[in-house]
Design a protein around this ligand. Structure first.
Ligand SMILES: [Zn+2]
Length: 238
C-alpha cells in the first residue's frame, strides 16, 4: 500500500490557537477506532447524527440519549465531541471564542441550498448574541468544483433559494448541455459574508476527496459505510 501523504488528522491554524478546543478533519485512516481512542484520551463523549441532508441542527447541553437526526451540532458544554461524517460533502467547524460555543456542520448540496450554515449562525446571533465578526469558521476537505457535476434541477433549486446563477457558482459543462459544475465551497461562503463574518476568519482546507487518495469520496469510491470523520469539542481548560 502506498504511504499516506497527509497526516492522520488535518488541523486548522485558526482553531489550533485555542488549547481548550479539540478539532480536526480525519483522513480515511482515521476511522471509528481512532475516534474512540481520541475520545478516551481527551475524556470526551462522541456525539453523532443520523445525517439527513437537511437544514436541521441541535444545540446540546448534554450527551443525547438517542441518535438525533439532522446535519448540525452545537454546544457550549465541555466534554462533548461533536462529529459529522462526510464523503464529498463539505464539513464545517465553527467556533465563537467569546461565548465559547462550537459547532460541527455537514453541508451537502441539499443542506447548502437550504442555507443550513446561515441558519446556524442566525441561531447563534439570536440565542447567544454571537457577533458574526468574532466567529472562526473552517471548511474541511470537500469535492472541488472541477469534480462536482450536477444537473439543471440542482441549479434551479439553488436559484429558488435565492442564490445567484450568474458568477462562478454554477459553471456550465461545455460538453453536456444541462450539466453544471457546482462550487459547494463558494455556495457556503456566500452565506457567511452578508452576515458579517470576516473573510480572514474563514479558513479553507483546500483538498478534494475526489482527487486525493488519502480521503474518501462517494463519487469516486461509492463508499457505503466508510466516511471521513470531522470533529470539534471544548475541553475543560481550568
Ligand atoms: Zn477533485
Amino acid at each position: 500500500m502506498a504511504k499516506a501523504e497527509l497526516p492522520l488528522i488535518l488541523k486548522s491554524s485558526l482553531l489550533d490557537q485555542f488549547p481548550f478546543v479539540v478539532h480536526g478533519f480525519g483522513t480515511k485512516y482515521f476511522q471509528e477506532k481512532e475516534m474512540k481512542e481520541l475520545s478516551r484520551l481527551k475524556n470526551l463523549k462522541p456525539v453523532f447524527l443520523k445525517q439527513a441532508h437537511s437544514d436541521r441542527f441541535h444545540f446540546l447541553k448534554d450527551d443525547p440519549d438517542f441518535l438525533l437526526e439532522g446535519d448540525g451540532l452545537i454546544t457550549s458544554s465541555p466534554g462533548l465531541l461533536l462529529s459529522v461524517k462526510t464523503a464529498d460533502c463539505l464539513p464545517v467547524l465553527l467556533f465563537d471564542p467569546i461565548n465559547r460555543i462550537v459547532a460541527a456542520v455537514h453541508c451537502g448540496w441539499r443542506g447548502t441550498a437550504a442555507r443550513l450554515l446561515e441558519k446556524i449562525i442566525c441561531f447563534l446571533i439570536n440565542s447567544f448574541n454571537t457577533k458574526p465578526e468574532n466567529l472562526l469558521i473552517v471548511f474541511g476537505p470537500c469535492i472541488s468544483r472541477d469534480c462536482y457535476e450536477v444537473g439543471e434541477e440542482v441549479r434551479l433549486l439553488f436559484n429558488q433559494a435565492g442564490f445567484p446563477l450568474e458568477g462562478n457558482l454554477f459553471r456550465p459543462n461545455p460538453e453536456k448541455s444541462g450539466h453544471f459544475y457546482l462550487d459547494l465551497r463558494l455556495a457556503n461562503r456566500l452565506q457567511l459574508l452578508p452576515l458579517g463574518v470576516e473573510p480572514e476568519k474563514i479558513e479553507e482546507i483546500d483538498l478534494c476527496p475526489h482527487c486525493h487518495r488519502d480521503l474518501l469520496s462517494f463519487r469516486r469510491d461509492r463508499v457505503r459505510r466508510h466516511r471521513l470523520f470531522n470533529f470539534i469539542a471544548l475541553i475543560n481548560s481550568d
